[in-house]
Write a protein that binds this ligand. Structure first.
Ligand SMILES: [Fe+2]
Ligand SMILES: [Fe+2]
Length: 330
C-alpha cells in the first residue's frame, strides 16, 4: 500500500458498518476501572454453577462430594478461559492484519477498533486466570490447528468468515452460557463487558459477508455456503462425548476420586441422554443458535442455496427458518 492509495480511500457508505466504529467508542469500557479487581478469587471457588461444564449435569457427577465437583468445574472454567485468552490474541492478530489488507475506510476502521477490543479482552481473561492462581489445562490440538490456519491466512474474506462470522457467532453461545451460570461476580462482570463488544464484532462479520454475498453470482454463493453450512451444522451437533469424558475423569481423579474410571460408562450414558434432549430442543426452534441466526442474516439460508446443497430438509435449518427469532435482525 502507498500514500496514494490512502489519499482518497473509499468508504463503502454502509450505515451499519460505519456506525460500528462510532459504537466502539460510545460503548467503550475501561479495563482498570470498570472491573472491580479487588474482588478475591478463592482457591476452592467453582466460579460457575455445577451444570456449566460438560458432564456437569449428569446425576453421577451431581452425586459426587462438593469439593470434587468444585475442583472439576473450576478446571473446566480455567480451560475455557485459557482458550478464550489465546483466542483474543489470535483475534487481535487477524484484525491488525485486516487493517493492512482491507482498502475500504469503514472496514479498516472497524478492524482497528476491534483489534483494541481484543487486546482488552485478552488482558481481562489473563488477569482473571492470574487471580485463579493455578496452572490451567492446555488448549486442545483441534483448537490450536484452527487458530493456526486462521493466523496463516492472508485472504480478507476467509479471515472475516472464520473470525467474525464463524468463531464470534460460535463464541456468543459460550458467553451466554458463562453469563447464565457464572457465580463469581468478577467473572460475570468481565463476560458481560466482553459480550457487548463481541456482538459488534459478530455484527461486522455478518454485515460484511451479507454485502459480499449480495454481489456474487449464484454459483459463487453456493460454493461459499457449502463448507460453511457443513461446518456450522457439524459444530451445532457436536456434543460432549468420550474425548471430553476422559478429561473430566482426569479431573475427578486429581480431586481424589480413586475409582473415577469406574464412573465413566454411567456418566457417558447419562450425558448421551442430555445431548439428545439438547438437540431436540435446538431442533424445536425454541432457541435458534447464534451461528444459524448469523447464517440466515448473511443469506446462506436462501432457498436457492439450500436447494442446490440439499440442506433444505435439515431439521436445524428448518427450525432456524421457522423461528421468528431466526429472522431477527439483532
Ligand atoms: Fe474478544
Ligand atoms: Fe471479538
Amino acid at each position: 500500500m502507498h500514500t496514494r492509495d490512502l489519499l482518497s480511500m473509499r468508504n463503502t457508505g454502509h450505515p451499519g458498518i460505519n456506525s460500528l466504529f462510532a459504537k466502539a467508542h460510545s460503548a467503550d469500557w475501561d479495563f482498570e476501572h470498570d472491573v472491580d479487581w479487588t474482588v478475591p478469587v478463592a482457591p476452592d471457588d467453582p466460579l460457575v454453577a455445577d451444570g456449566w461444564g460438560a458432564f456437569g449435569k449428569t446425576p453421577t457427577f451431581l452425586a459426587l462430594p462438593e469439593p470434587v465437583r468444585n475442583h472439576a468445574t473450576r478446571r473446566a472454567v480455567g480451560r475455557m478461559l485459557n482458550i478464550l485468552q489465546v483466542g483474543e490474541s489470535v483475534a487481535q492478530n487477524v484484525c491488525a492484519k485486516l487493517v493492512l489488507l482491507l482498502h475500504e475506510e469503514d472496514y479498516r476502521n472497524h478492524a482497528a477498533a476491534q483489534a483494541m477490543d481484543e487486546a482488552r479482552h485478552h488482558l481481562a481473561y489473563r488477569r482473571f486466570i492470574d487471580r485463579m492462581n493455578e496452572r490451567v489445562e492446555d488448549i486442545d490440538p483441534g483448537t490450536e490447528m484452527m487458530f493456526d490456519a486462521l493466523l496463516a491466512s492472508d485472504d480478507p474474506l476467509e479471515i472475516i468468515a472464520t473470525e467474525q462470522f464463524f468463531l464470534e457467532s460460535f463464541a456468543m453461545s459460550i458467553f451466554e452460557s458463562l453469563r447464565a451460570d457464572a457465580k463469581h461476580p468478577l467473572l460475570r462482570r468481565i463476560i458481560e463487558l466482553i459480550t457487548r463488544d463481541e456482538s459488534r464484532h459478530m455484527g461486522f462479520g455478518v454485515l460484511y459477508l451479507a454485502e459480499w454475498l449480495r454481489r456474487q453470482p449464484l454459483d459463487r454463493r453456493i460454493a461459499f455456503a457449502r463448507p460453511w453450512l457443513s461446518q456450522i451444522l457439524g459444530s451445532l451437533l457436536d456434543r460432549p462425548g468420550p474425548i471430553f469424558l476422559a478429561r473430566v475423569i482426569r479431573r475427578l481423579r486429581d480431586a481424589g476420586v480413586a475409582d473415577a474410571e469406574r464412573l465413566a460408562p454411567q456418566m457417558l450414558r447419562e450425558q448421551e441422554e442430555i445431548n439428545a434432549a439438547d438437540i431436540a430442543e435446538t431442533v424445536s426452534g425454541a432457541k435458534v443458535p447464534h451461528l444459524l441466526k448469523s447464517a440466515r442474516r448473511v443469506g446462506l439460508l436462501e432457498p436457492e442455496i439450500l436447494e442446490a446443497l440439499d440442506f433444505g430438509r435439515h431439521p436445524l435449518i428448518r427450525a432456524a427458518l421457522r423461528s421468528p427469532e431466526g429472522a431477527a435482525a439483532d
